[in-house]
Design a protein around this ligand. Structure first.
Ligand code: PMP
Length: 451
């Protein structure tokens, strides 16, 4: 019988405030509001120390794709840990799970032949950026080093991935940023389309990309990095034809394409990878999050055979990798997690429930302060504005984000809330009734905070 644990909420709260430095949290306000301490999960829901259940509208951090409480993943981890907890992939060593996971990924992403693993998204993008530079250096073009990213991009918070991130709030007060990063516009029609048709907007973004490449010089640019659907910067599904317009320009100028599938990979956009959803193929793919549904940290990159052949030069060691590049326990859990995704075809539920989610959120566009709703598969955002005509955002002093957070949590929903609105990205197992419940809570919370 499952053991019933009793938690001392007051004590945990006190200890959290005394000792825990929370990421992406207003540390001053946290002292007043305190933590929600979560102790258990089942399906799309998580429970806190007081016994209150919440709908996990953000799947942890866009990552618990198979949902909570999958004890078979715990069993796989236990077995591998007991058999052989750790060996590296340095110096030509390997374990069966890391080899089997590389094989599995080469089947899921057939344009990639070789894979290296990490412990998360930022490490994956550091790896992707370094592989791009290394590739050009070994190809006799060491001056091709710049990384072309986009505004509103989120690629992680390590120094290289931070410089690739295009959200100013993450840069402020952490300077100097790593040099060699340049930015194109986000493909966000709501803010950046000056009234053109969708096709003309795509042509505008393609022309801007050409201009940037001309200005900087193609011979100085190693790679373009992009999330197929921008996530943490504000959920930006690209306009139709965007990737088809961008990829030939990069190819023409011999600029590698890095697809950051850290959020979009493993089913979230309605196919196993968003490169399938949008019909393009990157030279390097970075991934993390959904590969283990967050049950244990794991990330990695895949490269094309062409890149691998250059890396496998006779006279060099590949001097990059982390202690936990290919942790056997994480890789075993990754394999078992992918088996669940495939057995239950969860990308299909993401597509169907994603359409329902978008349709239901779009009904809220009539609300006087809802400026824009956008999404793809099971990732969506609702943007609030003070004035619909000018699209002016709310003054942060009004604390709209904190109020939306409090209003939705009170009603039993964990979503990502900030001064520009909500983002949701629930587990891919979410049911029809749960999608309705989530949107109803968002609507009630909007009414409470903005009237
Ligand atoms: N890339 C993308 C697209 C992400 O969304 C994230 C995390 N939200 C990262 C990279 C960084 O991943 P991590 O926090 O695991 O380093």
């Amino acid at each position: 019988m499952a053991q019933t644990l009793v938690w001392d909420t007051e004590k945990l709260l006190e200890q959290d405030l005394a000792h825990l430095l929370h990421p992406v949290t207003n540390l001053h306000r946290h002292r007043q509001s305190g933590p929600i301490v979560l102790v258990e999960g089942k399906g799309s829901r998580v429970r806190d120390t007081t016994g209150k259940w919440y709908l996990d509208g953000f799947a942890g951090l866009w990552n618990v794709n198979v949902g909570h409480g999958r004890s078979e993943l715990a069993e796989v981890a236990r077995e591998q840990m007991a058999r052989l907890a750790f060996q590296p992939t340095f110096f030509g060593l390997a374990t069966p799970p890391v080899i089997e996971l590389a094989v599995k990924l080469s089947e899921l992403l057939p344009h990639h032949s070789h894979f290296q693993f990490t412990s998360g998204g930022a490490e994956s993008n550091e790896t992707a950026i370094k592989i791009a530079r290394y590739y050009w250096s070994l190809s006799g073009r060491p001056q091709k080093t710049k990384i072309l990213s986009r505004r509103m991009a989120y690629h992680g918070i390590a120094m290289g991935s931070l410089a690739a991130t295009g959200v100013p709030a993450y840069h402020a007060d952490f300077g100097p940023l790593a040099p060699g990063f340049i930015y194109a516009s986000a493909p966000l029609a709501y803010r950046n389309n000056p009234g053109l048709s969708e096709a003309e907007f795509v042509a505008m973004l393609a022309a801007e990309l050409e201009e940037i490449i001309q200005r900087e010089g193609a011979e100085t640019i190693a790679a373009f990095i992009g999330e197929p659907v921008q996530g943490a910067g504000g959920v930006v599904p690209p306009p139709k034809g965007y990737w088809q317009a961008i990829t030939p320009i990069l190819k023409k100028h011999q600029i590698l394409l890095i697809a950051d599938e850290v959020i979009t990979g493993f089913g979230r956009t309605g196919q196993m990878f968003a490169q399938q959803t949008y019909g393009f193929q990157a030279d390097i793919t970075s991934f993390a999050k959904g590969i283990t549904s967050g049950y244990i940290p794991l990330g990695g990159v895949g490269v094309t055979r062409e890149i691998f052949e250059v890396l496998a030069t006779p006279d060099r060691m590949f001097m990059h990798g982390f202690t936990y590049s290919g942790h056997p326990v994480a890789c075993a859990v990754g394999l078992a997690n992918i088996a669940i995704l495939e057995r239950e075809r969860l990308w299909e539920n993401a597509a169907v429930r994603g359409e329902q989610l978008l349709r239901r959120l779009q009904e809220l566009e009539t609300h006087p302060f809802v400026g824009n709703v956008r999404g793809k598969g099971l990732m969506a955002a609702l943007e609030v504005v003070e004035d619909k005509a000018s699209k002016k955002t709310f003054d942060p002093a009004r604390g709209i984000g904190g109020k939306l957070q409090a209003a939705s949590r009170k009603r039993g929903l964990i979503a990502r809330c900030n001064d520009t609105g909500f983002a949701v990205a629930p587990p891919l197992i979410i049911s029809e009734a749960e999608v309705d419940e989530m949107v109803n809570i968002l609507a009630e919370s909007l009414d409470e905070v903005l009237g």
